[in-house]
Design a protein around this ligand. Structure first.
Ligand code: CU
Length: 368
């Protein structure tokens, strides 16, 4: 049985040869740079600012980098896949001028996408960065075993642990930290997706995207400048300050919008880290051609909105017929004002046979 290694060093040596490897390597590398910059900015603020009930936003604090979607497995035979994930505690922007101390896998929210196929043996090493302050672990919902791996992967800063598991069933599974208080670790950003493809793989599409929703609870208020910690009180009350896609308000809008072209078929791997809110995932102006209900083996067709619970995921696929900006939302739309939106920017020729403007009304910047 051939062996695939997901280590950062092997990525550089073998990129292009091993499908999923380059992505994890690229993510880890990009995150390292941002993490260092953000840690430096935070340390600078800590050393220069007087104690204050409203901690200043460190100069130069950035948003976290975005994780890439891992490439398809492409129907290769089952093998051994080695995965390395590093936990990092990183201050970063969750909104303009609003900092938050994120807990992350690999320096991104969500963490790197792991992508394997059914019957692969996954050897996963979890490292806890020595600069971190707390222990972490990993519970993968694709794992059949104690704690989904969490029981044997608790690692203190500077330590690592390794587990092996067989990817028994295809699907899209959430992984997350499960160190108490578990809601704190998850709701500080410690979640991601592991995609387990069926042996034949997924049908080819033109573009794939990786999006995860999460709700965030800050010791400050929404929009209040500062560098904030996690608020357990707000989390237990289930009153998030922010509900966002991919780690921050506007992470997938403007220059960071997802991009596609008219005529293309797209697939979104969408997960919900939670920790509290169930998502009513919807793309304004589109109908999902098909949806893998709860990311399982049952596909539904012609779906407007699909339910994704915390710790759950889905796959949605649709074809783009008309150019424009298509806004991904949680259709519990109060959350739109807490940041839950992202844009798929679609370019290409108009298609008046599908959509046309006869007499325009006034223009709004967004919405239905
Ligand atoms: Cu943790």
């Amino acid at each position: 049985m051939a062996e695939i290694r997901f280590t950062r060093r092997s990525v550089l040596l073998r990129s292009g040869l091993l499908a999923a490897v380059p992505v994890l390597g690229a993510v880890a590398s990009a995150c390292g740079d941002a993490a260092e910059a953000n840690r430096g900015a935070a340390a600078q603020a800590a050393s220069t600012a007087a104690p204050s009930p409203t901690p200043a936003v460190p100069n130069g604090l950035q948003r976290l980098p975005l994780p890439e979607v891992a490439p398809p497995v492409n129907g290769r035979p089952a093998t051994v896949v080695q995965v390395e994930l590093e936990t990092r505690e990183i201050p970063a922007l969750i909104d303009d001028n609003v900092g938050f101390v994120f807990f992350t896998f690999g320096g991104t929210v969500p963490g790197p996408m792991i992508r394997v196929r059914q019957d692969d043996i996954v050897e996963l090493t979890l490292r806890n960065h020595p600069d971190n302050r707390t222990p972490h672990n990993i519970d993968l919902h694709a794992v059949t075993g104690p704690g989904g791996g969490a029981k044997y992967t608790v690692v203190n800063p500077g330590q690592s642990a390794t587990i092996r598991f067989k990817a028994l069933k295809p699907g899209v599974y959430v992984y997350h930290c499960a160190v108490p208080p578990i809601p704190m670790h998850i709701s500080s950003g410690m979640y991601g997706l592991i995609v387990v493809e069926p042996p034949e793989g997924f049908p080819p599409v033109d573009r794939e995207f990786y999006v995860m929703q999460g709700d965030f609870y800050l010791t400050g208020q929404r929009g209040q400048p500062g560098l904030w910690q996690f608020s357990l009180e707000k989390c237990l009350a289930e009153q998030p300050d922010y509900v966002v896609f991919n780690g921050s308000v506007g992470a997938l809008t403007g220059d960071r919008a997802l991009r596609a072209n008219v005529g293309e078929r797209v697939r979104i791997f969408f997960g919900n880290g939670g920790v509290n809110l169930t998502s009513s995932f919807h793309v304004i102006g589109e109908i999902f051609d098909r949806v893998a209900l709860e990311a399982g083996s049952l596909w539904a067709e012609n779906v407007q909105t699909t339910t994704v619970p915390p710790g759950g995921a889905t796959i949605v696929e649709f074809t783009l017929e008309v150019p424009g900006d298509y806004v991904m939302v949680d259709h519990a739309l109060g959350r739109l004002m807490k940041g839950a939106s992202g844009v798929i920017h679609v370019e290409g020729p108009e298609n008046p046979g599908v959509f046309d403007v006869v007499v325009p009304g006034v223009s709004l910047s967004s919405g239905h």
